[in-house]
Design a protein around this ligand. Sequence first.
Ligand code: PMP
Ligand code: GLN
Length: 375
Amino acid sequence: MSKLPNIGTSIFTVMSKMATEHGAINLSQGFPNFPVDSLLTDIVTQLAKENVHQYLPMAGYPPLLSNIALLVKKSYRRIILPEIEILITAGATQAIFTTIQALVETDDEVIILDPSYDCYEAPVLLCNATPVRVSLNDDYTPNWDTIAKACSANTKMIIINNPHNPTGKILTQSDFEALESILKKYPKIIVLSDEVYEYITFEEKHISAHTRINLLNRCVMVSSFGKSFHVTGWKVGYLVAPEHLMNEIKKVHQFLVFSVNSLCQVAISEYLDVVSIEGIGILYQEKRDHFRELLKTSRFELLPCEGTYFQVASYAAISNENDVDFCKRLITEYGVAAIPISSFYENGKDLHLIRFCFAKDNATLEEAAKRLCKI
Ligand code: PMP
Ligand code: GLN
C-alpha cells in the first residue's frame, strides 16, 4: 500500500547521485557551485556566537518579515503587512506543500501546467485531490484556451511558475490578462505563483503576481532565498498571502515545522540590510551568455532562455536515444550530468531535450562545454 504509488525518487536526486558516482561535472540539479558572498558567511560566523539558536516566532523572525515587506515594496511597489501576510518557510518546497495542504480539499482539481517542476503534484495527491495537467504550447507559453477549458466548478487552484523551470520562459502582461479573465468566471480559484527565480530574468523584466491588483486577494506568492542568495542548502523561503488564506496556511505550517532555522533567518535578514538582491539577474545573464557562447560549436541546439539558471538544449542532431538514456550516457561517457526534460512531463514526453544548470563558476562551465563540444 502506497499513498503515492506513481511517485518515484526525484530526478534531481537520481542525476546528482549518478554524477557523484561517476565524478561527472554536475550541471543537473540546480544549485550554484561558486562561493557564497563572504559578507553573508561573515554574518553567519558572527551570529553563531550569539544568542540566535532558539525557536523564533512561528511566522518568522520579525526583522526578516519587515525586510521582505521592504523588498516587495522596492521591487513591485506593493505594500504588504509583514506580520500578517508573510510566512517564512523551509524553502519554497515547504511553502508550496503547506499552501496546497491548507487550501485544497478532497476531490478539488488543481491545474498544473505540463511540463512543470516536480514538487506540485504529490501534495495535491496527498489531499485526495486531482492534478489536472494542461500542456503548454510548443514554445512553452501557456495555452489559455486550454487552461480555460480545463477549469470547472471543481477547480480550486491554478499553479503558475514564473520564470519557468525548466524552460526559462517568463509570463507576459497578456498572459496575466488571460489568467485574470479566467479567474473572473471562477471566483473560487486560487493562484499559487511559484516565483523562486523572480530576480533571475534577462532581457525582459519579470512580471510578478505582486503587481497584479486583480490577483492579490486570491494569490499565494512563493519565493526562495536559496535561489536569490545562492544558498539552496539553507532551505529558507517565504510565501506572501492575503490574511484569509494565510490563516489557513499557518494552521498547517505550525504542525509541519512550527518555525524555520533561526540562524539562517537572522543571517538573511542582516544581509538584506546591506545588499541589493536585484544584481543577480546580471550575474546569471553573463553566465547564460558565456555558456551559450561556449556551446556554439557543439551539436546541441539551444532553446531560448529568458530567466532561471537553466538552459534547455536539443540533442536531436546527436542521438535518437530517449532523453533519460542520453543523460545517463552523457555522465558515463562524457562526464557531464544534465536533467532529461521528459521528467517534467506528466507522461514522460520525450522531445530529445535536456536541461543544463549554468549556475556554476566559469571554469566549470568551460570544462563542461569542452566535453559537450566533443560529442
Ligand atoms: N520551485 C521551483 C520552480 C524550483 O526550481 C525549486 C527548486 N529549486 C523550488 C520550487 C524549491 O525551492 P527550495 O529549494 O527553496 O525549496
Ligand atoms: N529546483 C532544483 C532543480 O530544478 C532541484 C531542487 C531539488 O533537488 N529538490 O534542479
